[in-house]
Write a protein that binds this ligand. Structure first.
Ligand SMILES: Cc1cc2nc3c(=O)[nH]c(=O)nc-3n(C[C@H](O)[C@H](O)[C@H](O)COP(=O)(O)OP(=O)(O)OC[C@H]3O[C@@H](n4cnc5c(N)ncnc54)[C@H](O)[C@@H]3O)c2cc1C
Length: 582
């Protein structure tokens, strides 16, 4: 089957939907998603979207810029941060006008709450900057944008799994995807293709991410010789439900929740005396891990408590209803009467596909771009989050840069025409080979078992704290897992809904990404943001104030295993580097 559109969007999260709506002003648009569109991970976003509206406290976009750069441990590109924060107010008002049901102040304005690292007057005190719809902010925005997409005649292809990007030299011609229902592999040709496939937290055992967050497209680009940027920076959110990883939004601390160790101490007072529990996530996750390691976890166990009992019940039920339900259903804990057992959970990929501010995918550290190929949202790296993302800045990033990518991509049809790619073996060959290669495998390994061992390995060796010996051991382990993956036996030989084949393909991408994450972590010999090296505990601006570009090809600057590295300078535009204190 052959489909042809002016713009093809892969992914129906907030980045994909924002891009699609913008591109639809210029021509025809298709959105492909491997699940039903509104089941994207964006729908799970709880706490809010950041914008300096100043509805509850005095606020300014300039303070938002400052907080984002400081939160990023100075690795974010400052010009891109400015673009995002200055667009934030208009973006949130625009969403409101589209119909997003934001929670309200008693006076009827969009309500705002505190979130980690968001401050007023350049760090003086926490500020209420997060706009929210109770604790279902993502679902509310996704549903609204999905409705708007329907209204604009955007064509959706739900349950189509993209297996390949079609390239002709340096130019992208579209994608090849399997229709999961039939097993048929189809070609989608387009003048511009936007990748908006979200995160890849499933590389870790304890994660807040959806089952579908497997990084398929970054994996495909890597194979095509394109780089991935800053992959060593993976955010651990401080408060995942113990044993499950399900997220408890930072909004819970924003509303007054506090972290407590096994001795009943509010330990964040020691790590961030100024803003305590509302310090950025990397600092809080390190603090929790340190408390547990030094024997101050709760009881004999490896967790701490998040205590919400000081928050009035009305606030809990109106502003955190989902969290209350999660705790009751999954933990048997009622947060209004008992504290919640929490641990850091793998949450957000700061790194990803390098792009410029128009979403154009960079093919090298010099910033040259790939014609017709765009990326936005969590799979991309603009980079506005640097080494550590502030809460509520991802939803903002997806909408702001999703739109910019949609705008630039939509205009591609005026620049060049893409002939409908023939449904030839040449175009669909690589996608078909991916499937037939998996089906040919023989052996006694199971996808689930190999994936579990990968996730354990990454959790043990490459999570909140890292060191050279652990990372090198992880690379050895990954090598073995690659071998084991070659012996996965597929029992379902049918075509319809063959999720067994798709899971094996996803596992292959996860292993490749794990290798890039670990290799990138080995080579960066400093501690910055979420990348905390026990053997190099200090930030080293002299040598490491630069973005890592990881390639799977020969000819780059330096080699660690199968991955090669080059570097791109950080854009500094007005905010000098300082020690990060909170
Ligand atoms: C539990 C949770 C709570 C969060 N809360 C907040 C918050 O309050 N505020 C905030 O700013 N951020 C929050 N985040 C982060 C934020 O939600 C995500 O970073 C953001 O929503 C990602 O959006 P996206 O559009 O890039 O991708 P996603 O929403 O992840 O969408 C990815 C899309 O790509 C599709 N896809 C992937 N691979 C393929 C393939 N091979 N073929 C076809 N389709 C494919 C998927 O089906 C999906 O439609 C939260 C994250 C989590 C996990």
């Amino acid at each position: 089957m052959l489909h042809r559109f002016d713009t093809l969007v892969i992914g129906s999260g907030l980045a994909g939907l924002s891009a699609a709506i913008e591109a639809s002003r210029h021509g025809s648009v298709a959105v492909i998603a491997k699940l039903y569109p509104t089941r994207c991970h964006s729908s799970a976003a709880q706490g809010g979207i950041a914008a300096a509206l100043g509805n509850e406290d005095p606020d300014s976009p300039e303070w938002h810029v400052y907080d984002t750069i400081k939160g990023s441990d100075y690795l974010a590109d400052q010009d891109a941060v400015r673009t995002m924060c200055e667009a934030a107010v208009k973006t949130v008002i625009g969403l409101e006008h589209m119909g997003v049901p934001f929670s309200r102040t008693p006076g009827g304005k969009i309500a705002q709450r505190r979130f980690g690292g968001h401050t007023k007057e350049f760090g003086a005190a926490p500020v209420r900057r997060a706009c929210y719809c109770a604790d279902r902010t993502g679902l509310a925005i996704v549903t609204t944008l999905y409705e708007q997409s329907q209204r604009r005649g955007i064509k959706f292809f739900p349950e189509f799994h993209v297996l390949d990007i079609m390239m002709e030299g340096d130019r992208c011609l579209g994608a090849a995807a399997m229709e999961i229902r039939t097993g048929e592999i189809c070609a989608f040709s387009a003048c511009a293709t936007i990748l908006a496939t979200g995160g890849y937290g499933r590389v870790f055992r304890t994660t807040s991410n959806a089952i579908q967050s497997t990084g398929d497209l970054p994996g495909i680009l890597l194979e095509k010789g394109l780089p991935l940027e800053d992959m060593e920076f993976f955010q651990f959110h401080p408060t995942g439900l113990y044993g499950l990883g399900i997220l408890v939004t930072e909004g819970a601390r924003g509303e007054g929740g506090v972290l407590v160790n096994g001795k009943g101490e509010r330990f964040m007072e020691r790590y961030a005396p100024h803003i305590k529990d509302l310090a950025p996530r990397d600092m809080v996750s390190r603090a929790i891990t340190t408390e547990i390691r030094e024997g101050r976890g709760v009881g004999e166990r490896d967790f701490v408590y998040l205590d919400l009992r000081a928050i009035p019940e009305k606030t809990l039920s109106e502003r955190l209803p989902e969290i209350m339900n999660f705790c009751r259903i999954y933990m048997g804990v009622d947060p209004s009467v008992a504290p919640i057992p929490v641990v850091p959970t793998a949450h957000y990929a700061m790194g990803g596909i390098p792009t410029d501010q128009g979403g154009r995918v960079m093919k090298n550290e010099a910033g040259e771009t790939t014609l017709g190929l765009f990326a936005a949202g969590e799979c991309a790296c603009v980079s506005v989050h640097g080494a550590n993302r502030l809460g509520c800045n991802s939803l903002l990033d997806t909408v702001v840069f999703g739109r910019r990518a949609g705008e630039a991509a939509g205009k591609m049809k005026d620049i060049f025409m893409v002939e409908a790619a023939a449904e030839s073996e040449e175009v669909l060959g690589p996608a078909k080979n991916t499937v037939s290669e998996i089906l040919r495998r023989r052996g006694d390994e199971k996808t689930g078992a190999v994936r579990k061992d990968l996730q354990e390995l990454m959790m043990g060796r490459c999570s909140v704290f890292r060191n050279e010996a652990g990372l090198k051991a992880a690379l050895e382990g990954i090598k073995e897992l690659k071998e084991r993956a070659k012996h996965i036996a597929i029992t379902d030989r049918g075509k319809r809904f063959n999720t067994e084949v798709l899971e094996a393909i996803e596992l292959g991408r996860l292993i490749d990404l794990a290798e890039v994450i670990v290799s990138s972590a080995v080579q960066r010999k400093e501690s910055r943001g979420a990348h905390s090296r026990e053997d190099y505990p200090e930030r080293d601006d002299k040598n490491w104030l630069k973005h890592t570009f990881a390639f799977k090809k020969a000819g780059a600057f330096k080699t660690e295993g199968n991955i090669e590295f080059s570097y791109r300078p950080v854009s500094i535009a007005g905010f000098p580097l300082r020690k990060r204190e909170y």
